[in-house]
Design a protein around this ligand. Structure first.
Ligand code: URA
Length: 230
C-alpha cells in the first residue's frame, strides 16, 4: 500500500485572532510561528494601507528592506510599483498593499553579509494564506491585483500561470469573497508581473509597459464602478 502524503505541519491558523480588525490581526501576526520563516526574519511584515480600500495589491514576500522596516514594498520593487500605480491612475495611498507570505525568506552570501531573496515554497505559502484571506475579508476590496506568480497562486490556486492569465479580470474564487461586505458583490483578481521581474527583465521597458497595461485594467474596473462592466 502506498504511504499517504503527509499533511504539512505548517499553518498560521492557530495564530489568527478569533475576532477583531486589521489592527488585531497585525498584532497577532507579529507573533506568528506558523512556519519556520519567522526564525531568520527580522519581523512579520503585515499589510498596510487603507482598511476600506477598493483595491488590494498582493506581492510575494517582503524583501530585504521591507524586512528591516516592517512595511511592504518600500524597497526598489516598491518604488517601481509606486511609479506604475501613479501612471495607471491608482492612488497608492487609497490602496491596501500586502504580500502572500509575511516573512522574508533568504539565503546569505559574502560571508553572511548579503541576504539574497529566496522564493517561498508551497508549504510556506499555504501556511501563510490564512493571513491573506483574513486581510481580504476585512478590507473587502472590489479588485485584487496579484503581483507575480506567488500571489497569483495564493489567490487562484497552484495551477495559476501569470504569463497566461495576466491583464484580465478573473472572478475571485468564492472562498476568498467577503460575505460581510455586500450581498453578492463579485470581486475580481487582475494578475500581472511582479515589479522585481520588471527590474530584472532584459527588456525592462517592455516589461514595464506590460505591468502598466495590466494595472490599467484594474484601474478601469474601479472607475467603471462595476468591474464586470454589466
Ligand atoms: N517584493 C514583494 O513581493 N513584496 C514586497 O513587499 C517587496 C518586494
Amino acid at each position: 500500500m502506498k504511504a499517504q502524503a503527509e499533511a504539512s505541519p505548517y499553518d498560521a491558523t492557530p495564530y489568527l485572532p478569533r475576532r477583531g480588525g486589521l489592527t488585531a490581526h497585525r498584532r497577532a501576526a507579529a507573533e506568528c510561528r506558523g512556519c519556520p520563516l519567522f526564525e531568520n526574519a527580522t519581523q512579520t511584515v503585515f499589510g498596510q494601507g487603507d482598511s476600506s480600500a477598493r483595491i488590494v495589491l498582493v506581492g510575494e514576500q517582503p524583501g530585504d528592506q521591507e524586512d528591516k522596516r516592517g512595511e511592504p514594498f518600500v524597497g526598489p520593487a516598491g518604488r517601481l510599483l509606486g511609479k506604475a500605480l501613479d501612471e495607471a491612475g491608482i492612488d497608492r495611498d487609497t490602496a491596501y498593499v500586502t504580500n502572500a507570505v509575511k516573512h522574508f525568506k533568504f539565503t546569505t552570501a559574502g560571508g553572511g553579509k548579503r541576504r539574497i531573496h529566496k522564493a517561498p515554497d508551497l508549504r510556506e505559502m499555504t501556511a501563510c494564506r490564512p493571513w491573506l484571506l483574513a486581510e481580504l475579508r476585512l478590507v473587502a476590496p472590489e479588485v485584487v491585483v496579484a503581483l507575480g506568480a506567488t500571489a497569483g497562486k495564493a489567490l487562484l490556486g497552484s495551477s495559476f500561470r501569470v504569463t497566461k492569465e495576466r491583464g484580465t479580470l478573473i472572478p475571485m474564487p468564492e472562498e476568498d469573497e467577503n460575505p460581510a461586505s455586500g450581498e453578492d458583490a463579485q470581486r475580481y483578481v487582475v494578475a500581472t508581473l511582479h515589479p522585481s521581474a520588471v527590474l530584472r527583465a532584459d527588456d525592462r521597458e517592455a516589461a514595464y509597459a506590460g505591468l502598466l497595461s495590466d494595472l490599467k485594467v484594474a484601474a478601469k474596473a474601479l472607475s467603471d464602478g462595476d468591474p464586470s462592466g454589466t
